[in-house]
Write a protein that binds this ligand. Structure first.
Ligand code: AMP
Length: 193
């Protein structure tokens, strides 16, 4: 994995542990020589990941739609900053430029990005590992709900392992490196769907 797309909140929560965790991830990726592809902002957890990776000498590629350049206060210190027209182009570039996805705590935008990465993997638009860093149990309920979707039969057994999660970035990257792509829906016959 040479580059990972990192999805996380654009906000700064009151609990400083979230920013600390984002900084630790940025630093860790840089120290392992893994480039960061992210939303290109300098606020919140997004900015914390980027700043820490840059401070540790890492590569940081931002991808931001022009409408969000001022709202998200584009990070001008990125190694590269791609300004695109639409959110669709942004998410396509996240996927094209990275070898996998890591989601940290965040809000609605972060959830959209995480579930799109899972959904596109199920279908077969990519075969890259999709990781969720469960910082301080923040995602316990999401992981539980994902399990409920599997149990109810809304997520097929072949796709139950697409969402990879761990409590530490070291453990998460180790699991992601071992990921073997699942059988995508595009490759399934109708009688198996
Ligand atoms: P958030 O987790 O809501 O702070 O958003 C994190 C990132 O997702 C930011 O780069 C936002 O531009 C992006 N984002 C925010 N809202 C949405 C949305 N509805 N759909 C897709 N991306 C979004």
């Amino acid at each position: 994995m040479k580059r990972l797309a990192v999805y996380c909140g654009s906000a700064t929560p009151a609990d400083a542990r979230f920013i600390d965790a984002a900084r630790a991830v940025g630093r860790h990726l840089a120290e392992r020589g893994i480039g960061v592809v992210y939303g290109g902002g300098r606020l919140g957890l997004m900015g914390a990941v980027a700043d820490a990776a840059l401070e540790a000498g890492g590569e940081v590629i931002g991808v931001i739609p022009d409408a969000l350049v001022s709202a998200e206060v584009a990070h001008r210190g990125c190694t590269q900053l791609h300004v695109v027209q639409t959110m669709h182009q942004r998410k396509q570039l996240f996927t094209d430029l990275s070898d996998g996805f890591v989601t940290l705590p965040g809000g609605v935008g972060t959830m959209d990005e995480l579930w799109e990465a899972i959904g596109w993997s199920q279908l077969g638009y990519h075969g890259k590992p999709v990781g969720l860093l469960n910082v301080g149990g923040f995602y316990d309920q999401l992981i539980g709900f994902h399990g409920q979707m599997i149990e109810a039969g809304f997520i097929r057994p072949q796709h139950a392992g697409i969402l990879i999660h761990a409590d530490s970035i070291e453990a998460l990257l180790a699991k992601m490196a071992d990921y073997v792509p699942h059988q995508p829906i595009f490759a399934m016959k109708a009688d198996r769907l």
